[in-house]
Design a protein around this ligand. Structure first.
Ligand code: SAM
Length: 284
């Protein structure tokens, strides 16, 4: 068993280094021994694969990934964890710890320098305060990665993995869907963490698409349409696009008519094809 998921071991390592948890950095460490092996196994880590991990904490998931993959580069923002990781990861020669911010580091450069000739996947128990920005950054930069397997709040998992055209869908559902196929792998209870967060969590996997599922002339415009549509999700699509994008009512009405989308439809009823069609019609 991975000793780093044992509460007694964690407490003694952390107290030896005088470490206290930072709420603002989303520090909830996994203490359920079943979670990390399962996450690592389902992440695509294996022979010939390099893994980018975000926020190793004391390294509980890192060691599971390093046992499967050729190499793990793990990015930790909190300097105080570096001496802890020096100790906990000492026996591995295929792990590199980088002290940086996942929202700022140059990931294309990192992949080029660290993972030459390898397939690359991302696997992380994400700090929840930056769930969406991290996921959207990884997708929008079109990094050469195959899959993203991450622990997120259960509510975020439900939203991201919801089928489009249903009430559970949101702007993030449509945006993620454009780049990847999302699925929930398994749920994780709040009690699996120290300290326990207020909500349950789930592990999701995003398998990056080789080709876009819809054809769209102006991607940025499609994402603006998606954002505008869900910003006022109770309003009709006609009104929300008119208001949020500051467009002329007739222009929006004509675009919707040309795509055979009822002007009274709501964002949550629309598919990715619908959003692409609207963007293409507005672009004409
Ligand atoms: N992987 C460990 C585990 O599962 O027990 C820790 C996960 S904890 C939820 C999130 C980790 O992300 C913490 O170690 C935290 O310090 C780190 N972190 C927070 N913000 C970060 C950022 N912007 N860039 C990189 N790491 C960050």
């Amino acid at each position: 068993m991975n000793r780093l998921s044992d509460i007694g071991t964690i407490k003694s390592i952390l107290s030896k280094h005088g470490f206290s948890f930072s709420k603002s950095l989303g520090q909830n460490f996994l203490v359920n021994p079943r979670v990390c092996p399962e996450m690592a196994a389902q992440s695509g880590a294996g022979s010939g694969v390099g893994v980018i991990e975000i926020g190793p904490g004391i390294g509980v998931l890192t060691v599971e990934l390093a046992q499967l993959a050729d190499k793990v580069v793990t990015i930790e923002l909190d300097k105080r964890l570096l001496p802890v990781l020096d100790e906990t990861l000492a026996e591995f020669d295929n792990i590199k710890v980088v002290n940086d911010d996942i929202l700022k580091i140059d990931l294309n450069k990192l992949i080029e320098e660290e993972f030459s000739g390898m397939d690359v996947v991302v696997c992380a128990n994400l700090p929840y305060y930056i769930t969406s920005p991290v996921i959207m950054r990884l997708l929008e930069e079109r990094l050469p990665i195959r899959a993203i397997t991450v622990m997120v709040q259960k509510e975020a998992a439900d939203r991201i993995c919801a089928p489009l055209g249903t009430r559970k869908a949101g702007a993030v559902t449509a945006s993620v869907n454009y780049y990847a196929q999302a699925q929930t792998l398994f749920k994780v209870s709040a009690g699996s963490f120290m300290p326990p967060p207020k909500v349950d969590s789930a592990v999701i996997r995003l398998d990056i698409r080789d080709t876009s599922p819809v054809e769209v002339a102006d991607e940025a415009l499609m994402f603006s349409v998606i954002k505008a549509a869900f910003a006022q999700r109770r309003k009709t699509i006609l009104n929300s696009l008119k208001n949020s994008l500051g467009l002329d009512r007739d222009k929006v009405a004509d675009a919707l008519d040309s795509c055979n989308i009822p002007q009274t439809a709501r964002a949550e009823q629309l598919t990715l094809e619908n959003f692409a069609d609207i963007a293409n019609a507005l672009n004409k």
